[in-house]
Structure formats: structure tokens, C-alpha cells
Write a protein that binds this ligand. Structure first.
Ligand code: OAD
Length: 229
């Protein structure tokens, strides 16, 4: 089976009702990214950060995978599919994808402050005073700006072994994740409704929302249909 590697970002979950980070009405337009997504802020205002991620977790409980997540899971019939996601939601897993690498962490998990202990918390809130077994405050299992991205090496290895790289719904503005496209010389397909300017040879842009773009991409991969709408 050919190895299809898929890098996903917030745009793949947009049609499920989860906001993207950048762009019109994106999360970073409505919240101060410095206050809720940087490790420094954790030490100055834990309550605010817990509240932000508790809200994200509660919202996740209300949403479902969309057609794009579902098609990616279906493609496992014909391809070896590895998903590398920057998303902290669990919609790929709920859709049925079996190999999902969460580069930026997972909302349904918590960890101790040194990130050596990770526990499943489902959709429960984390509150100030909830302690890990080492006595530190439990925190969201999220990779904040200023922290290492421990799964990068794994992700680089996976991209190197791709026969095809598909990128769905990411602005490719956040490194090191955005640099992953440089680990392959194979064809790259990008699904995004916006005209992304990607400095890389061999990129085909499918200018559609994720669900429509995935339908076109599946018909192209499985039935050899043209990629145009
Ligand atoms: P962004 O919000 O930066 O980019 C979302 C991309 O999705 C944009 O290119 C949009 O044009 C596109 N998009 C919007 N609606 C779409 C739809 N219906 N279908 C397909 N694409 C759509 O999100 P990310 O690139 O995922 O990290 O952001 C990367 C990281 O920045 C996040 O993981 C997060 C954030 O800060 C951390 O918080 C550490």
C-alpha cells in the first residue's frame, strides 16, 4: 500500500464548528495569544489558562467530525494513512483514523508541570488545586509557545517515508510544524480555501474547504478523476 501522510491544522475542524486561530474571527483575534498560549503565562496566570482550555474542552464535547475527517479515515481501505495534526481536538480519532500524531498535544489529556506524567481526563475541567501525583498543579497537555515539540522527530520520520503528502487546513505559519513539508521530495497536495503561498516545488493547491477538497482528493487518488471542481 502507498503511504499517504496528512498534515492537518485548524481548518480541517472548521466545518465541525471549531474556530481556526488566524483569519476572520479566529481565536487569536478574540483572545490574547500571549496570555493563553505561551508557557510564561502559565506561571503568571494559571487560572486564566485553565479556564481557556476548559472552554475549548467543553466545546469539543459538542462537536462531531465532518466529512473531511471521515474521508481520511475511509482512505485507510486503500492506503497506509498517517495523520500528523497540529489540532488538539480528537476528531480524527472519533472519525476512525488509526494513526494520529498530535504535535501540539491533546485537549482530553492533562499532565504534571514537568510533563512526565500524562493522564486521560476526557471532557472534565481542570481546576486550580487539582494535583498530579508529584504534587504539581495539573495542567492541560498542550504544547505552548516556548515549549519543545517532542513528537517532531517522529513526525519528520513519518514525512520522509511518505509517497504522497497532503496538507489540509493549516496556514503553515507556526514552526517547527510548518517545516515538515521540507522533509519530502514527493508530490504535495494542499487543501485550503485561501490562496496559500508555499515556497516549495511540486505543490498542487486545491482551493476548497476541507470537506469538498477531501471529496475531490479522494476521487483523484482512488479513481484517477481530475482535481478541478
Ligand atoms: P490557522 O488558524 O493558522 O490556519 C487555519 C488554516 O485553515 C488557514 O489557512 C485557513 O485559510 C484554513 N481554513 C479555514 N477554513 C477552512 C475550511 N473550512 N477548510 C479548510 N481550510 C480552512 O491554524 P493552524 O495552521 O492549525 O498552536 O495553526 C497552527 C498552530 O497555531 C495551532 O496548532 C496553534 C496555533 O497557535 C498552538 O497553540 C501551539
Amino acid at each position: 500500500m502507498k503511504h499517504l501522510v496528512v498534515l492537518t491544522g485548524a481548518g480541517i475542524s472548521a466545518e465541525s464548528g471549531i474556530s481556526t486561530f488566524r483569519g476572520n474571527n479566529g481565536l487569536w483575534e478574540n483572545y490574547d495569544v500571549r496570555q493563553v498560549a505561551y508557557i510564561d503565562s502559565w506561571y503568571t496566570n494559571k487560572a486564566l489558562m485553565l479556564d481557556f482550555y476548559n472552554r475549548r474542552r467543553r466545546q469539543l464535547q459538542q462537536v462531531k467530525p465532518n466529512e473531511a475527517h471521515l474521508i481520511l479515515a475511509e482512505l485507510e481501505r486503500d492506503f497506509k494513512v498517517s495523520i500528523i495534526t497540529q489540532n488538539v481536538d480528537n476528531l480524527h480519532e472519533i472519525a476512525g483514523s488509526s494513526t494520529v500524531i498530535h504535535l501540539h498535544g491533546e485537549l482530553t489529556k492533562a499532565c504534571n508541570e514537568s510533563k512526565t506524567e500524562v493522564i486521560d481526563i476526557g471532557f472534565n475541567d481542570i481546576t486550580l488545586g487539582d494535583k498530579a501525583s508529584d504534587g504539581s498543579q495539573l495542567r492541560p497537555f498542550i504544547v505552548w509557545f516556548g515549549e519543545a515539540v517532542p513528537l517532531m522527530e517522529t513526525a519528520e520520520r513519518v514525512v520522509r517515508s511518505a509517497d504522497i503528502l497532503l496538507v489540509v487546513g493549516t496556514s503553515l505559519q507556526v514552526y517547527p510544524a510548518a517545516g515538515l513539508i521540507n522533509y519530502t521530495a514527493k508530490p504535495i497536495y494542499v487543501i485550503d480555501p485561501e490562496p496559500l503561498h508555499i515556497n516549495h516545488n511540486g505543490v498542487t493547491l486545491i482551493r476548497e474547504k476541507a470537506s469538498k477538497g477531501m471529496e475531490l482528493f479522494k476521487a483523484f487518488l482512488v479513481k484517477g478523476k481530475p482535481l478541478s471542481t
